[in-house]
Design a protein around this ligand. Structure first.
Ligand SMILES: CC(C)(COP(=O)(O)OP(=O)(O)OC[C@H]1O[C@@H](n2cnc3c(N)ncnc32)[C@H](O)[C@@H]1OP(=O)(O)O)[C@@H](O)C(=O)NCCC(=O)NCCS
Length: 225
């Protein structure tokens, strides 16, 4: 049962209010909870299958591990490799009630790769856009609206700007990293294990492990114990 439902159905001592007020209320709570979980599972299965069906024919590799859950539609783009480790989750379970969302994994060229480890959670409207390589470790939490890209996609020089993808450098995110909402991570960035990126940051340089950074551009705020 999620926390919203818990507060709606339980008193402070953990007794369900339905039990006290009316047994049929408690039954109703259980029914709502069950049908909600069932519809989440159905939706996730559908999003997952649709992603595999539509993206597999175009991509070099698409591999979703066991227990990968999609609370929002997972969208692909490009022709490269996308690998996602077991138990990784995409989107927020309440997304459909909050105006929805999606997660975009774009491995543009045949040689591009997005490799995501296990037990990660990507919130709504995150976007990973790779020309070479974006790698995410295990057990990371990626906030709403985070953009991670490994290229500039245009050149600064006005004469060639729209004819070249500009600089391309792989991005690597370690294990147990938390990236706050609406952060943008640019090409060539490495984020060390256990580090935290504050909300709305712009990460342009390497972040050492066990470090809290934030701001535009992101600067070290403090070391984490
Ligand atoms: C990074 C964060 C966790 C730090 O929280 P905290 O430990 O309570 O930090 P504080 O609020 O004490 O701030 C410490 C300093 O960092 C600065 N700071 C905090 N968050 C910052 C951010 N996102 N960008 C820039 N600076 C930031 C504060 O201004 C403060 O600076 P000061 O010492 O000069 O006054 C929090 O600010 C944050 O960004 N949370 C992300 C929430 C989110 O996006 N969740 C997504 C859900 S998955």
């Amino acid at each position: 049962m999620d926390s919203t439902k818990e507060s709606a159905c339980q008193d402070g001592r953990g007794n369900t209010l339905g039990d006290k007020i009316n047994p049929s209320m408690s039954l109703l709570c259980r029914f709502i909870d069950c049908s909600r979980r069932y519809s989440l599972r159905l939706r996730s299965t559908w999003y997952r299958r649709w992603f595999l069906l539509t993206e597999r024919p175009r991509h070099r590799t698409i591999d979703l591990g066991l227990g990968v859950t999609c609370f929002v539609p997972l969208r692909g783009g490009g022709r490269g490799s996308i690998r996602v480790g077991n138990e990784t989750k995409f989107g927020s379970p309440s997304a459909h009630r909050l105006g929805n969302g999606e997660v975009m994994l774009q491995a543009n060229l045949p040689e591009s790769e997005i490799v995501i480890g296990r037990d990660n959670w990507f919130n709504n409207n995150t976007m990973l856009c790779a020309l070479s390589s974006i790698r995410v470790g295990d057990n990371c939490r990626i906030g709403q609206g985070v953009f991670i890209m490994d290229a500039d996609f245009h050149e600064i020089n006005p004469a060639t700007r729209n004819r070249s993808e500009g600089l391309v450098r792989p991005v690597t995110i370690g294990n147990n990293v938390w990236i706050g909402s609406r952060t943008t991570v640019l090409k060539g960035v490495k984020i060390g294990d256990n580090s935290v990126i504050g909300a709305m940051s712009l990460v342009t340089k390497e972040v050492p492990e066990n470090t809290l950074v934030g701001g535009v551009p992101a600067r070290v705020i403090r070391k984490l114990e």
